[in-house]
Every structure is written in C-alpha cells, then in structure tokens.
Design a protein around this ligand. Structure first.
Ligand SMILES: Cc1cc2nc3c(=O)[nH]c(=O)nc-3n(C[C@H](O)[C@H](O)[C@H](O)COP(=O)(O)O)c2cc1C
Length: 372
C-alpha cells in the first residue's frame, strides 16, 4: 500500500494572526474573511456615525466576518468625497467611532478603519473646500485641483496621524491607508496625476514619499494598531499612471518601513496581471514583501472555492465587497457549503441584509445590482 502526501489547501476558516510574531503578533482574527471597505453614504452630514452605518457593519461582524473594515473615512475635511461619508477628521467623531469599535468586538470581529483623502476626487460642494492633489491635472467632471504646497502636505500627514490616534483611542484593531483607486495617496504614486519636480514628484522614490511619510506618521501616532495599506497594483478604472514593477517596489519599501498587511485591490482576482499575463499578483507581491507581511486579496470573489484559490496562490486572507453586501452571513453560509446569493437583489432583500435607504440608493448606481 502506498501513501500519497495529502495536499493541504489552506482554509478560509483557519484563524489569522494579523501581525506576524516578528512584528509583535498578538492580534488574531477568527478566520481569513474580511469585509472590504465599502462606501455606503450612511453617515451623518458632519461625518459622525449613524445607526444605519453601525447596523450594516455590525451585521457583518455578527455574520462571522473575521475582520470588518469601515468605508473610506476622510481624515481631512478637504479630502471628503461623498455626502454621508464617515469622518475621522476631528474629535466630534470619537464617540461614534468608539461605539462602532465596541460593537464590532462584541460581534467577534477584528475591526479596521480605512483612512482616506480624496485629493482631486474630493467634492468641494460636499466639503466646502477647494481640492488639492499632486498637480493641477484636469479630469473630466472634476474641478481642477490646486497643486499641494509643502504646508498642505505637512497638514495632510498630521491629519492622517491624528485620525490614526483617534482610531486607537476608539478601540479599533487596525487602520488601513487607502493608497488605491486613484485617491490622494494613489495620485502621488501616479505618473499621470503627479507631475511635480520637487521632492514629492519625479522619481518613484519621490512619488512614494507621501505614502511612506504618512505610514511613518500613523505608526508613531498609533503604535498599537495593525497597519494595513491598500494598493492598486496596476491601472484600473480611476487608478491611472501606475506600473506593476513600480507597485512592487513600493510594496518592498512599505515592508521595510514596518507595514503589517498589504491589501491588494485586484477587481478581478482570478486573472493574471495585465503587464505580465503569465504572472498572478499574489505570488509576485509575496516575493516582494516576504512572509512577515500579510497579504489580503480582493476582487470578484463570490464562492469559498474562489476565496481559497487566492489562499492557494499565497494570500493570507481575502476581502469581500459585493458578496458581503448581499449576504451579511457569507462566512457562516460558506461554512455550511451554501451557494452565495448573487445580484440583482431587490431593495427589500438589501434592506433585510441591513442596508439602510441611503446605501440601497447608492447601490442602484452599480449596474445590475438592484432589481427594481
Ligand atoms: C459599493 C462599493 C463601495 C466601495 N467603496 C470602497 C471604499 O470605500 N474603499 C475602497 O478601498 N474600496 C471600495 N470599494 C471596492 C471594494 O472594496 C472591493 O475592492 C471591490 O468591490 C472588489 O471586490 P468585490 O468584487 O468583492 O466587490 C467599493 C466597492 C463597492 C461595490
């Protein structure tokens, strides 16, 4: 009788230490399923938490997600991009943030706030302020931003740090810098949006300076928190002027700078990279950052099989966006082997999934999502 070694497929239900032991360890999620950051426009006009936003996130904690992330939350008022966006920009947000962190912990999830500045994608009619970016680049339907001054950048870095300190005081486990999708940090990384010739532009080293300085500042301000950075590895949608090899180098620098978790926003995670059709992003980013940095993969994951395919490629965890919107109990249902629900869903079904009216309205803008 011969024995064949069993090939063990990593399970999304294995516990997950968010920070490697070498970086201090100690923060364990019950599984490897994250709720991706999801803009839902449910906060109050002043950026404070509403019951609808709390209800949406709490239902995902109760439904078994290992890590629950907030939507993109603005750190500076001039970075606010949407009405109903969650704020982390001043101390008036602290009671709501504390309520949220406490409730997510009670639901058994680890919690993470996505720290965000919209740059040229911020909305003056919402924020009441002009927009800033790396350079005064014209973009259809957007106001041309002001090229940020040294003072602007010092203020933005300080705003990220103050927001991180608020998250720590509120009792969150992690913060994520939104370095993806063509918002401020991504605009600085981009050769399309960043046309500066000072120390913040030109070479990749200069274009990555803002992200790295923000990372250093939040690390000092909130040393207890797990530190996550979300990146778009290549151009997709609003993310322009990015190059895979540059993104790999940025990831290497972030790893050197003490990043705990790299969150790759892939949109179509089953596909290889655009630049190298023979390579998938996960193994090449793994090679770049080493084993000490955790990798989370996001993009069109609906089933347990699709999720575990990402783990087999070398990701440590996966994040769900649309599947988690339709199904707050996705992890429990996947464990029972149930088929995930798919859009289109009726507004009634989305309300039953703990989406408030504002979020249902927002999802109508995503083609084919809401059946009316
Ligand atoms: C309604 C909606 C809102 C989103 N808001 C954010 C956001 O605030 N921050 C962010 O980084 N990504 C955001 N995304 C992208 C998701 O986090 C995720 O990466 C993307 O939807 C792909 O995953 P999926 O196919 O599982 O939905 C949003 C996506 C959707 C559908």
């Amino acid at each position: 009788m011969s024995y064949r070694p069993r090939v063990t497929t990593p399970s999304i239900f294995d516990p997950f230490e968010l920070r490697s032991a070498a970086r201090g360890g100690g923060v364990i999620a019950r599984n490897r399923v994250w709720l991706a950051p999801l803009t839902n426009q449910q906060s109050h006009a002043d950026g404070t938490l509403s019951d609808d936003e709390l209800g949406f996130l709490a239902a995902r904690a109760d439904g078994g997600f290992g890590v629950v992330e907030t939507c993109a939350a603005y750190v500076s008022l001039d970075g606010k991009a949407w009405p109903g966006e969650l704020g982390v920009h001043d101390d008036t947000t602290l009671p709501g943030l504390t309520r949220l962190a406490t409730r997510l912990r009670e639901g058994g999830a680890r919690s993470c706030v996505q720290l965000f500045h919209g740059g040229l994608r911020a909305t003056p009619s919402v924020s009441g302020l002009p927009t800033i970016s790396a350079s005064a680049v014209e973009e259809p339907e957007l106001t041309v931003p002001l090229a940020a001054t040294e003072d602007d950048l010092a203020r933005v870095i300080a705003d990220f740090a103050a927001a991180a300190a608020r998250c720590e005081a509120a009792g969150f486990d992690a913060i994520e810098l939104h370095g993806a999708h063509g918002y401020l940090l991504s605009q600085f990384l981009s050769t399309h949006y960043n046309r500066r010739d000072d120390r913040w532009g030109g070479s990749l080293e200069n274009r990555a300076r803002l992200l790295r300085e923000v990372l250093a500042a939040v690390k000092r301000a909130a040393p207890e928190l797990v530190l996550v950075v979300r990146l778009s590895p290549e151009d997709f949608g609003q993310a322009k002027g990015l190059d895979l090899d540059e993104s790999l180098q940025v990831a290497r620098w972030l790893a050197d700078d003490g990043l705990d978790v790299l969150h790759l926003s892939l949109w179509r995670s089953a596909l290889p990279t655009a630049k190298r059709p023979d390579a998938h992003a996960i193994p090449i980013f793994r090679e770049a950052v080493g084993r000490q940095v955790r990798i989370v993969s996001a993009g069109a994951i609906w089933t347990r099989e699709e999720a575990e395919a990402q783990l087999a490629l070398g990701a440590d965890a996966i994040a769900l966006g649309r599947a988690a919107i339709v199904d707050p109990r996705w992890p429990e249902r996947a464990r029972e082997g149930l088929e995930p629900l798919r859009p289109p869903r009726t507004a009634e079904e989305l309300r039953a999934a703990a989406l408030g009216e504002a979020f249902v309205g927002y999802m109508r803008r995503w083609k084919g999502f809401v059946a009316d």
